[in-house]
Design a protein around this ligand. Structure first.
Ligand code: AMP
Ligand code: TRP
Length: 326
């Protein structure tokens, strides 16, 4: 039986943090056994915010290195930089002609970034390029954190429009979101998600952070009033976020952990969380420090070669369907 195909992408716009790891990357690695997996460093998406050329060049290499260090295996997964496969941008243009401006203007991610003053056409049409990423590989599913739900719905709407005009061609991709860790919150403000763009470095743990940095950040994490450890997202969002993190790294159920540590006090509980995270990320950090830039570059080039072939297969069909071939 042929394996189901999945695609996912990550922006090279800052270091990969615990939210990316728990919401996405950890699953990307696990899915390699069961699925045909395609993963992409979406460098064209990163251009929607101003980037110094040298920073972008470094960030896309670092991001690729972290993916490899986390266990993305180029023998089993297709891994490449989005900009090296021009079919993404071509399909994005075509899909854009199926997209209403009103629909794009209502996307929350756009509205948030627009509020911060970062308007540009790329940011506005960001979801169309994301749909193209997914559809150019005709995948069945997309493993992402729950902040991407609206983008996935948008992609399925585009599929419906395209298919109703040209016949059943693109599969409607389903979203795969982890049960726990789908939304990791900021260590400094547990009401907002952990994010690469938060100006406060202490708000996030990077997967490449040294053990001391992890200890310090967790020690300083905002907790709630009271002293009891309990899972209560409404009243104890800070402690609940730490419990979610511990559950993933310890492999235990949140309720069991809450019971076990209920009277431990915040200080000791935080130490436990920090040590579990440090231990869980240690293999990644070691592999990251060992990987040579040249090796990463080689793997990404090979990936792009393969991805171009696969994406071109889809585009040959698409061009034919819409009247652009011959
Ligand atoms: P990005 O950093 O926006 O490129 O996101 C890459 C992946 O990480 C996407 O699948 C996101 O859904 C996921 N992700 C980002 N931030 C978080 C978070 N705080 N919690 C869980 N998943 C996240
Ligand atoms: N928009 C995603 C994010 O911000 C990144 C992304 C781009 C993506 N293209 C994708 C994720 C395709 C899944 C599939 O996290």
């Amino acid at each position: 039986m042929t394996k189901k195909k999945v695609f996912s992408g990550i922006q090279p716009s800052g270091d990969i943090h615990l939210g990316n790891y728990m919401g996405a990357l950890r699953n990307w690695v696990a899915m390699q056994d069961e699925y045909q997996t395609v993963y992409c460093v979406v460098d064209l998406h990163a251009l929607t915010l101003p980037q110094a050329p040298s920073d972008l060049a470094e960030a896309r290499l670092r991001t690729a290195k972290i993916l490899l260090a986390a266990g993305i295996d180029p023998q089993r997964s297709l891994l490449y930089h989005q900009s090296q496969v021009p079919q993404h941008a071509e399909l994005s243009w075509i899909l854009g002609t199926f997209t209403s401006m009103g629909r794009l203007g209502r996307m929350t991610q756009y509205k948030e970034k627009e509020d911060k003053g970062g308007q540009n056409l790329g940011l506005f049409s960001y979801p169309v390029l994301m749909a193209a990423d997914i559809l150019v590989h005709k995948v069945h599913a997309v493993p992402v954190g729950d902040d991407q739900t609206q983008h996935l719905e948008f992609t399925r709407d585009l599929v419906e429009r395209f298919n109703s005009r040209y016949g059943d061609f693109f599969p409607a991709p389903e979203q795969i979101t982890p049960g726990r860790g789908a939304r990791v919150m900021s260590l400094k403000d547990p009401s907002s998600k952990m994010s690469k763009s938060d100006p406060d470095d202490d708000s996030r743990i990077l997967v490449t952070d040294a053990p001391d940095a992890i200890r310090r950040k967790i020690r300083r994490a905002v907790t709630d009033s009271g002293a009891r450890i309990a899972y209560d997202v409404e009243r104890k969002p800070g402690i609940s976020n730490l419990l979610d993190i511990l559950a993933v790294f310890a492999g235990d159920a949140v309720d069991d952990l809450a019971d076990r540590y209920s009277g431990a006090g915040y200080g000791r509980f935080k130490e436990t969380v920090a040590e579990a995270v440090i231990e869980g990320l240690a293999p990644l950090r070691r592999a990251f420090l060992d990987l040579e830039d040249r090796e990463v570059e080689r793997i990404m080039k090979m990936g792009a070669l393969d991805a171009r072939i696969q994406a071109e297969r889809t585009m040959v069909e698409v061009r034919k369907m819409i009247g652009l071939s011959g």
